[in-house]
Design a protein around this ligand. Structure first.
Ligand code: FDA
Length: 331
């Protein structure tokens, strides 16, 4: 209904034009290291960022996970940073993940993390990446935890799935899973194959700009494929994770599982930290498993800018909150 009204609105072209310009500007800003260096020293900017990023350390991220646990919401922690180019950076990130797993176990928070292969040295040396990931998985298995391989741009899709299948699936099947993006044309085949292997899949739309050759250019097709893959995973998948904030997708999933008699414990919804907190709590209260992806770390700036580019209205919303909280704190 809202869509029809919007389509008929004569103001739509200029509004959309401004939004597109704002998005492009925010994405450009996300790549400006100088701006980040300036903002990182600014306490107001750090408070602004804290809406979407749970601080710079695994202590602050674990505290956020424990807060959500009190609401019955599970979590997955993500150390921000990707595409490292030096061995030492990959090993540093691996060690941070190993410490994080221990910290989660000691704190009583859920032991669940998300990892990007390019942060573990995928582009430097595959053997290094295998070693890093196997150490993380071995520790996670010892602690009864779970490690999700995030999916990066389409240049990595086949490599990531091969890596998962060759190096992790057989030995760590209960402790690891992958991500499939509904924007990619290939994803229907990938989902069928992953279901056949009994692999755990998180389904999302995609956070990366892709060419028309590999991805559907039209959002309607991306959504149509999301629905089809979601239904297939709900029927035949191994505890699928539906990662979306789109209420139409969520309503569809709810109707579908009711119609098909699929119990709520057979799947989970997933959302990003700070996005649609109202909806996260409502789904949990309605009896669904709800997991929140908690990013943290010093590399928060590009992540924050991408979230703002997805929904520029958040700038006003968060800025309003920060000002209100700052005024309330004044003696
Ligand atoms: P969509 O963009 O379709 O918007 C639908 C509605 O959601 C909006 O109208 C608004 O109400 C709300 N919304 C969306 N973004 C918002 C925001 N920033 N602030 C406030 N409201 C917002 N991608 C990827 O390529 N690889 C991966 O591994 C992952 N992993 C991942 C894990 C989890 C837990 C989530 C939730 C998402 C990912 N993603 C991802 C990102 C995903 O592909 C996608 O970019 C975002 O989820 C946005 O798409 P949606 O379908 O959620 O909302």
């Amino acid at each position: 209904m809202a869509l029809v009204e919007f389509t008929c609105n004569p103001l739509r072209p200029p509004v959309e034009g401004h939004l597109a310009m704002m998005r492009t500007f925010l994405l450009w800003l996300s790549e400006q290291q100088g701006v980040f260096n300036f903002l990182r020293r600014n306490s107001l900017a750090r408070r602004f960022a804290s809406r979407f990023v749970a601080g710079e350390t695994s202590e602050t991220a674990t505290a956020a996970a424990l807060d959500l646990k009190r609401l019955g919401i599970t979590t997955s922690l993500d150390l921000l940073g990707e595409s490292v180019t030096r061995d030492a950076e990959a090993i540093g990130a691996r060690d941070e993940y190993l410490r994080m797993l221990d910290r989660l176990a000691a704190s009583g928070a859920e032991i669940n993390v998300s990892v990007k292969l390019t942060q573990m040295g995928f582009d430097i040396d595959e053997a290094l990446c295998v070693d890093n990931m196997r150490r993380i998985l071995t520790k996670a298995r010892e602690l009864g935890g779970f490690v999700r391989l995030d999916m990066e741009g389409s240049a990595y899709t086949q490599r990531t799935l091969d890596f998962f299948e060759r190096h992790l699936l057989a030995e760590f099947s209960k402790h690891t899973g992958v991500v499939i993006q509904s924007c990619l044309r290939r994803s229907a085949d990938d989902v069928t194959r992953l279901i056949g292997m009994g692999a755990r899949v998180r389904l999302c739309t995609a956070a990366y700009h892709e060419s028309q050759g590999v991805a559907f250019p039209d959002k309607q097709d991306v959504d149509r494929q999301y629905v089809a893959l979601m239904e297939q995973l709900l029927r035949h998948g191994n505890y699928p994770a539906l990662a979306t904030h789109d209420t139409r997708m969520i309503e569809h999933a709810r109707d579908f599982v009711t119609r098909e008699g699929i119990p709520a414990e057979r799947f989970e919804f997933q959302m990003l930290y700070g996005v649609r907190r109202d909806l996260q709590e409502r789904l949990r209260k309605d009896g669904f498993n709800m997991r929140v992806y908690i990013p943290f770390g010093t590399q928060w700036y590009p992540y924050l800018m991408r979230r703002l580019a997805e929904r520029p209205a958040n700038i006003v919303f968060i800025f309003g909150n920060v000002v209100r909280e700052t005024l309330a704190l004044k003696p």
